[in-house]
Design a protein around this ligand. Structure first.
Ligand SMILES: Nc1ncnc2c1ncn2[C@@H]1O[C@H](COP(=O)(O)OP(=O)(O)OP(=O)(O)O)[C@@H](O)[C@H]1O
Ligand SMILES: [Mg+2]
Length: 402
């Protein structure tokens, strides 16, 4: 199972000084001023190097004079292992304090500060806290940028599929148009032949076999047309926002997911409890994409399940000025440790070919973009179901509120 990368707990610092008396005071004072942070105190440069290779989020506080070794050189070694490590240098050496070149050298290589002995511990504690916050912030930003980049790559791949689908739709549509025209002409001519036909057997053949088969194939062509129309609506790169009739969206989603619904013999029901047209404001394609993602997840949930009658139910209702759309399935309930992560980017319990773990992240983004949200709950009353509940402001109410 691929899970979201969660970093180690923040708030670690490491003090390195060759004077054991200084280290003892540092341990006592910093632990006192920074009770929530984990500090390491060592006189061994090798300990610091070990830490650098296991946790890049540590802030180092290093004495410039480390017995035989120079603190600046030690930090260079640390930075080679952990390039984003940061350091505050400490020195009681007046030669260093007066040497501008040395100070510049210290601050130019990942050094963010240097302080003089005797150390003002409370001040150092505040600096450690501030710098650790900045380090955390930098890491979080980098992680977000990485996530977003992955999402963009995924979106780009989808856009490529969209272009391919558009050309397939176009190519299929042209022959379909003349197949349909021919079918209608044949039906019309057949009716004329039937009217003029004196042979009872042939008339029977026309009525009982030819016309019903032709009508079946006309129906089949219409189904393909509907599917192509749904595809076209879904992949049309439109950025426009409009009032959207939610039932029309659901019909498109039904068409787009019909194959898998039938393949798994799922009973798919749609109920509009409000008994009125429900309109929301947003981008049609995005909404189709969001609802399709939820329905596809519900279909996937039945994989390997022993449920006798597989059901997916979509319920629409009005709650004050919001549409509440619930998509539920009677597949296995989602255990808490999975439920806690389903809206995290790249969290998936599916195989690599099957899931990227972006579906629900995109759904939530789309819902939030429409001023709504989505939540999940395991319902466990008379029968067990997994529910995804989308709440979106209704268009009419929005207009009225303006
Ligand atoms: N209806 C559901 N029943 C059970 N588990 C679900 C359901 N919907 C989502 N999940 C869980 O949430 C996880 C994340 O879903 P999400 O749609 O974000 O990604 P995915 O389906 O794994 O991959 P994809 O990016 O292809 O959609 C799923 O892997 C699954 O474990
Ligand atoms: Mg999914």
């Amino acid at each position: 199972m691929a899970t979201v990368s969660k970093h180690d707990v923040a708030g670690r610092y490491c003090v390195i000084d060759d004077e054991s008396a200084f280290l003892e005071v540092a341990r006592a004072r910093l632990s006192h001023y920074l009770p929530g942070l984990t500090g390491s105190f060592t006189s061994e440069p090798s300990d610091a190097l070990k830490m650098a290779s296991t946790n890049p989020r540590i802030l180092y506080i290093i004495d410039v004079r480390l017995g035989a070794q120079n603190g600046i050189d030690l930090f260079n070694d640390i930075a080679r292992i952990s390039p984003r490590a940061r350091v505050i240098f400490i020195t009681g050496d007046t030669a260093f304090i007066d040497d501008e070149n040395m100070r510049e050298k210290a601050l130019s290589r990942g050094g963010i500060d240097f302080i003089e002995k005797p150390v003002k511990w409370h001040e150092l504690a505040i600096k450690i806290q501030n710098h650790l916050k900045l380090i955390e912030y930098q890491f979080d930003l980098e992680e977000k940028v990485q996530e977003r980049t992955q999402m963009l790559i995924h979106a780009d791949r989808l856009a490529t599929i969209g272009t391919m689908v558009s050309s397939i739709v176009h190519e299929v549509n042209s022959p379909l148009t003349f197949i349909k025209a021919n079918q209608e002409t044949i039906l019309l001519m057949l009716k004329q032949i039937r009217a003029e036909c004196g042979n009872v057997e042939n008339r029977h053949l026309i009525d009982k076999t030819i016309v019903p088969s032709l009508n079946d194939s006309i129906k089949g062509v219409r189904q393909i047309e509907d599917l192509l129309k749904s595809f076209r609506r879904f992949y049309k790169q439109e950025k426009t926002l409009t009032a959207i009739d939610i039932m029309a969206i659901i019909e498109d989603v039904r068409t787009l997911t019909l194959y898998n619904i039938r393949k798994q013999s799922i009973v798919f029901t749609i109920t509009n409890r409000s008994r009125e047209a429900l309109e929301v404001w947003g981008n049609k394609q995005e909404l189709i994409q969001a609802v399709t993602n939820i329905v596809n997840n519900a279909i996937d949930a039945f994989e390997g399940s022993a449920v006798k009658t597989k059901r997916i139910e979509m319920t629409l209702e009005k709650n004050k000025d919001h549409l509440v759309m619930t998509i539920s399935n009677n597949g296995p309930k989602i255990p808490q440790h999975i439920a806690d992560n389903i809206f995290e980017p790249f969290f998936t319990t599916k195989s690599e070919e099957k899931g990227t773990g972006l579906g629900l992240v995109i759904v939530r983004q789309i819902m939030k973009g429409m001023g709504g949200d989505i939540m999940m709950r395991n319902k466990d009353d008379d029968r067990q179901v997994v529910e995804f509940i989308c709440t979106i402001p209704l268009y009419r109410e929005r207009k009225r509120g303006k």
